[in-house]
Design a protein around this ligand. Structure first.
Ligand code: NAX
Ligand code: K
Length: 487
């Protein structure tokens, strides 16, 4: 199992974590007290005492709200509490904490927001089961124009499992409990969460042994121990040999990928390209070797070289029969293979053939458009990436600001460190190359894909504004240096 420190819990898994903790002797009221107290603590840390409106819903999220109200009032804050529906309909721990609130409550209308300097959104959390209805959505829209919002667990309207966010408004701060939920990372919900703080409410991490989470936030802790480390007695042949299939006119894409592979640590990197493009590739590449592609038979012969340990096709490959044939020839070797861009689109009229040909370690790196050409685009991003991995037998990297990496066995990782500067021509080619470089060194495909996505994001973050794809490979040494100096 992957390290559960960065696990993301579904609503059902979080409920189970609560249940196991309660069964082991912590009362639900105590968990709610700790949850609300932790939110109040974060608020007091970040804002000076002011007038705060606490908006409480009909469930346990509302119960947390009453705890926040009590703690802030005890600390001398001016607190207004608004409650959705009759207060006597609150149940269990929420009813208990509503009773401990000795101040007034008002109905949940815009009047509660009058002169508020800060707003606590405790309307709905994990229990939101349908889209927000009119009055609550309207109230939130007014709240968003009135003052900064602090959301408890998730902003109301966010579906914690899927990242949908109908009717939600942007919070400045979201305080969640024990572990993050997929909705804190997936778009569009992530944009509504603001800064996310995870509070410890005394749920022991050991409950996760029983829950076996399958979804994680991308973090080096998941894959650092599997990263290819150079051995003292190694040579360039023991560090893997990465082969990139280079196309003709769009030669930049394969060159970027090859540099990504080399910087990710492949001992040897070769671009094989049509004779006519040899000059272009050779002029632009120095340590990376260039080989003429020849006809299909000579490509198959090249692939028979056992020293080649990782293959990539797609960047600048061109959509068509030659790319299709080359993909199938690569997959037939059973060696670790990355399929990107045109290699994926070349199968849009016949995805079945592609799926049937994947038997070895394989990573597909589609963006949304390429994904929809091969797979069912329905369902939230986590769901559809998982389904595609299961269907293809490959690791799927569904790219975007919230890239999801899914393995055929159901594990999934959501990436959260990619800055918007990565939305630039050629950045996907470099990513495919980094994955290739790691695969060529023998790293497990799922973890190699996760590591590459993280390194790619971190490289861009390190650089800042003005980034172009060419910068990315050369930023890897610094990122890797920082990462491994921390061990
Ligand atoms: N279970 C526990 O032990 C703990 C739970 N905690 C809090 O409890 C929350 C979950 O509580 P609940 O499961 O009670 O769920 P919520 O409080 O999120 O909401 C559930 C209530 O809202 C109603 N509802 C759902 N969608 C609606 C909609 N669109 N319009 C109108 N009403 C709607 C439901 O019928 C139910 O009454 C978490 O988000 C967290 O804030 C924390 O106190 C930590 C401990
Ligand atoms: K909330």
């Amino acid at each position: 199992m992957l390290d559960t420190q960065s696990a993301l819990l579904t609503v059902n898994q979080m409920t189970e974590a609560d249940r196991l903790t309660i069964a082991a002797g912590t009362a639900e009221e105590v968990l709610m007290e700790r949850a609300g107290a932790s939110v109040a603590r974060e608020i007091i840390k970040a804002w000076p005492p002011c007038r705060v409106a606490v908006l409480c819903g009909p469930g346990n999220n509302g119960g947390d709200g009453f705890v926040v109200a009590r703690h802030l009032a005890d600390a001398g804050w001016d607190v207004q509490v608004g409650v959705l529906g009759p207060r006597d309909r609150l149940k269990g721990a929420a009813a208990h904490h509503a009773r401990l609130w000795s101040g007034l409550t008002a109905p949940l209308t815009p009047a509660v927001l009058d002169s508020a300097d800060l707003i606590v959104d405790a309307i709905f959390g994990a229990g939101l089961s349908r889209a927000l209805d009119g009055p609550v959505a309207e109230l939130l829209a007014i709240a968003a124009r009135t003052a900064p919002i602090i959301a408890i667990d998730v902003p109301s309207g966010v579906i914690a499992d899927s990242g949908e966010a109908s009717g939600a408004v942007a919070a400045k701060l979201t305080v969640t409990f024990f572990r993050k939920k997929p909705g804190h990372l997936l778009l569009p919900a992530r944009h509504f969460c603001g800064k996310v703080v995870v509070a410890d409410i005394g749920i022991p991490p050991s409950v996760l042994d029983m829950i076996s989470p399958q979804t994680f936030e991308n973090d080096p802790i998941l894959w650092r121990g599997h990263f290819p480390i150079l051995s003292g007695d190694g040579n360039k042949f023991t560090r893997g040999h990465a082969l990139v299939w280079g196309g003709y006119r769009m030669t930049g894409a394969a060159r970027l990928a090859a540099r990504g592979a080399a910087r990710a640590g492949a001992g040897l990197t070769t671009v094989t390209c049509p004779e006519v493009a040899l000059g272009v590739y050779a002029t632009a590449l120095t340590s990376i070797m260039v080989q003429p592609l020849g006809d299909q038979a000579s490509f198959v012969k090249l692939l028979a070289d056992e020293r080649i340990t990782g293959l990539l096709i797609g960047p600048g490959a061109g959509v068509g029969e030659q790319t299709r044939e080359s993909v199938l020839a690569m997959l037939a070797t059973g060696r670790p293979t990355v399929l990107d861009a045109d290699a994926l689109t070349s199968f849009q009229s016949d995805p079945e053939t592609l799926m049937a040909s994947i038997s070895g370690p394989c990573v597909l790196t589609p963006h949304n458009g390429e994904f929809a050409r091969l797979f069912d685009p329905c369902g939230d991003k986590l769901l559809r990436t998982r389904a595609a991995a299961r269907r293809s037998g490959a690791v799927i990297v569904l790219k975007g600001a919230d890239t999801v990496i899914a393995a055929p066995d159901g594990r999934a990782i959501i990436n959260s460190n990619a800055p918007p500067t990565l939305a630039t021509a050629g950045s996907g080619d470099v990513l495919a190359g980094i994955i290739l470089g790691l695969l060529a060194q023998g790293m497990e495909p799922f973890l190699a894909a996760a590591a590459a996505v993280w390194l790619h994001g971190e490289a861009a973050r390190t650089f800042g504004p003005g980034l172009i794809a060419e910068d990315l490979p050369d930023l890897l040494p610094k990122v890797l240096g920082t990462l491994f100096s921390q061990i």
